[in-house]
Write a new protein. Structure first.
Length: 521
C-alpha cells in the first residue's frame, strides 16, 4: 500500500501525516479549522499530558464522547503515549460504561460534558461502580466536578514533558502491541473486548483506503460514530493515511448532513444504508449543492439495489461500494471494488480483502456460517481465553456468527446472524433475505423481520415496516404482495407498521427490542 512503509504504529502515522500534509486541513469542526501540522502538535500535547498523568505503555485509556475534535486529539494522544484505546459507546448508560471501564481496568477516562441533554459525568457517578483502577477522569469541557479535571487543566499539567520524551515513548511502541480494544455492541449480551494491534489496524486501513480510492484533498464527513471501527479506523486512521480532511458530525441528523455536504464540499460519505436513504428522500435535498460527493461506502446485510442506483443516477456519485466486517477482524473482511456493477454492490459485500481467507460452512451456493482467517483477526477477547477459544479455532479460523453465501466470483452475500435465523415448517428462513425482498416494495422505506412462535409451523416471520412518506400500504397489501414475490415459507404472516426501527449507533437494527423481553413480540 502506498506510503505504509513510513509508519508501523498509529503514533508514527500521526507524526508522518503532520510532516507530509502540513498546511492541508486535517479537521474542520464548526469555526475551528486545524491543519495537519496543528493536529500533530495537539496530539503531542495530549500524549505529554497522558505521560504526566502516569499513563504507562499498555495501560487502557477510555474515551466516552461523541465525534468531535477533542475525541480525535485525546484518543490519538493516549495511543501516542503507548496506551491502549478503549472507545465507549455513546449510547451506553452509566452502568454499561462502568462495566467496560471495570472490565478493562481503564486507568484514565476522557468523557464529554453534556451530550444530547445527558450529563455523562452525572450518569457515571450515579452508577456508583467500584472502579479502583480509574485514577483520573478528564471532562472534555470547561468545567468539571471537584474530583475530576477539565481538558484545559489536564493539558496544562503535561507542559513539563518534552517533545523529545513524547517521541521516545512513541518510538518505543512495538507494531505488534495492542492499539485498541473495541468492545462489541452488546446487542447479544455483555460486551466483549476485541484486542487489535497497531500493525493490524494500519494494514487493514491502508487496504481500505486503496480499495475505496480515498485520496489526498478528499473531504470526509464522518457520521459513523468514532467508538465503532467504521468511524475511527475507516474514518480517522484512513484520513491520516491519505491526507483527507475530517469533518466529524456528533449526531446523525439528515438536515445537518445536507448542510455540511454543501458548506464543506464533502466528497466522501460512508455510513449505513439508512443514512443515504434519508438523504435521497429528504424534501429539501434539491436546495443543497451535493455535487462534490464522489464516494459512498456502506455496509449491511440489506442494501437495496434501488438505493445504489439512485445514488449513482440522482446524485451522480461515481463510486458506491459495500463492505463487510466485524470488530473481531479489525472491522473489515470483504469489500467491493470500484467498477463493480450495481447488482454486485447491492446484493453482496464484495470479495475478501488481500491477505484474507473466507469459508462458508455449507455446500457451494448454500448459506452457512462465515469463517475468516488472516492477519486482521483479533489477538483475542481481552482477558477472556475461554470465549476466545470458542471464537477462534486452533488453526486460526474466526467464527463470525454471520450466515452468508459465496458466489463463484468470491463475492460474499450476508444472509443473517445465526441467532436470527428461524425455521418455518422445516425450512430455514433468513430474515435479511426476506428484508431484501420486502425492501423492493415501492411503499416500504425500511423493514426488519423476526421469527415469532406459530402453533402449526413452529415459527413464522413477522415484519416491522416503515412506510415511505405519503404511502398508505396496509399489512394485508404487503402480505399479498409478498405471496407473489417470494416462497411461501418466507412470507411474513404478520406486519406491524412503525415510525422507525430501533437501531444501535452502528446502524444495525436491535432485533432484541422488536422481540421484546420474552424473546418474541
Amino acid at each position: 500500500m502506498r506510503g505504509d512503509e513510513e509508519w508501523s504504529t498509529v503514533a508514527q502515522l500521526v507524526r508522518a501525516a503532520a510532516e507530509r500534509y502540513g498546511d492541508r486541513e486535517a479537521v474542520v469542526e464548526g469555526r475551528t479549522r486545524l491543519t495537519y501540522t496543528g493536529l500533530g502538535a495537539r496530539v503531542e500535547r495530549a500524549a505529554a499530558a497522558c505521560m504526566a498523568a502516569g499513563v504507562e505503555p499498555g495501560d487502557r485509556v477510555a474515551v466516552w464522547a461523541p465525534n468531535t475534535l477533542d475525541w480525535i486529539v485525546s484518543a490519538l494522544g493516549a495511543v501516542t503515549a503507548g496506551a491502549v484505546l478503549v472507545p465507549l459507546n455513546t449510547r451506553f448508560k452509566g452502568a454499561e460504561a462502568a462495566y467496560v471501564l471495570e472490565r478493562c481496568r481503564a486507568r484514565l477516562l476522557f468523557v464529554t460534558g453534556t451530550f444530547l441533554g445527558t450529563s455523562y459525568v452525572a450518569s457515571l457517578r450515579r452508577a456508583s461502580a467500584e472502579l479502583p483502577h480509574l485514577e483520573k477522569v478528564v471532562v472534555l469541557a470547561d468545567t468539571a466536578p471537584e474530583d475530576y479535571v477539565t481538558w484545559k487543566d489536564f493539558l496544562a499539567a503535561g507542559e513539563g514533558v518534552s517533545s523529545a520524551a513524547v517521541r521516545a515513548r512513541a518510538d518505543a511502541i512495538a507494531p505488534s502491541a495492542p492499539s485498541d480494544i473495541i468492545y462489541t455492541s452488546g446487542t447479544t449480551g455483555r460486551p466483549k473486548g476485541a484486542v487489535i494491534s497497531h500493525a493490524q489496524t494500519l494494514r487493514c486501513y491502508a487496504i481500505w483506503s486503496e480499495l475505496a480510492g480515498l485520496r489526498e484533498g478528499d473531504r470526509y464527513l464522518i457520521v459513523n460514530p468514532f467508538f465503532h471501527t467504521f468511524g475511527y479506523k475507516a474514518g480517522v486512521i484512513a484520513c491520516l493515511m491519505r491526507g483527507a480532511t475530517m469533518i466529524p458530525q456528533p449526531v446523525f441528523n439528515v438536515d445537518t448532513v445536507l448542510a455540511n455536504i454543501a458548506a464543506e464540499r464533502v466528497s466522501v460519505l460512508p455510513g449505513p444504508p439508512t443514512l443515504h436513504q434519508s438523504l435521497l428522500d429528504h424534501p429539501a435535498r434539491a436546495a443543497h449543492d451535493l455535487s462534490a460527493l464522489r464516494l459512498v461506502v456502506t455496509g449491511a446485510a440489506v442494501v437495496p439495489l434501488q438505493l445504489v442506483e439512485r445514488l449513482r443516477t440522482e446524485l451522480n456519485i461515481a463510486t458506491v461500494l459495500t463492505a463487510y466486517g466485524l470488530s473481531e477482524a479489525s472491522g473489515i473482511v470483504t469489500m467491493c471494488r470500484p467498477g463493480d456493477p450495481p447488482e454486485t454492490v447491492a446484493a453482496t459485500s464484495g470479495r475478501a480483502i488481500p491477505g484474507t481467507e473466507l469459508r462458508v460452512l455449507a455446500a457451494p451456493g448454500e448459506p452457512g456460517e462465515i469463517l475468516v482467517r488472516g492477519f486482521h483477526v483479533m489477538h483475542g477477547y481481552f482477558e477472556d481465553p475461554a470465549t476466545t477459544a470458542a471464537a477462534i479455532t486452533p488453526d486460526g479460523w474466526l467464527h463470525t456468527g454471520d450466515v452468508g453465501v459465496l458466489d463463484e466470483a468470491g463475492n460474499l452475500r450476508i444472509t443473517d446472524r445465526i441467532k436470527d435465523m428461524f425455521i418455518v415448517g422445516g425450512f430455514n428462513a433468513y430474515p435479511a433475505e426476506i428484508e431484501q425482498l420486502l425492501g423492493l416494495h415501492p411503499d416500504v422505506a425500511d423493514v426488519a423481520v423476526v421469527g415469532i412462535p406459530d402453533p402449526r409451523l413452529g415459527e413464522v416471520g413477522k415484519a416491522y415496516a416503515v412506510r415511505r412518506p405519503g404511502a398508505t400500504v396496509t399489512a394485508d397489501d404487503l402480505i399479498a404482495w409478498s405471496r407473489r414475490e417470494m416462497a411461501n415459507y418466507k412470507v411474513p404472516r404478520a406486519v406491524e407498521f412503525v415510525p422507525e426501527l430501533p437501531r444501535n449507533a452502528s446502524g444495525k437494527v436491535v432485533k432484541g427490542e422488536l422481540r421484546g423481553p420474552a424473546g418474541h413480540p
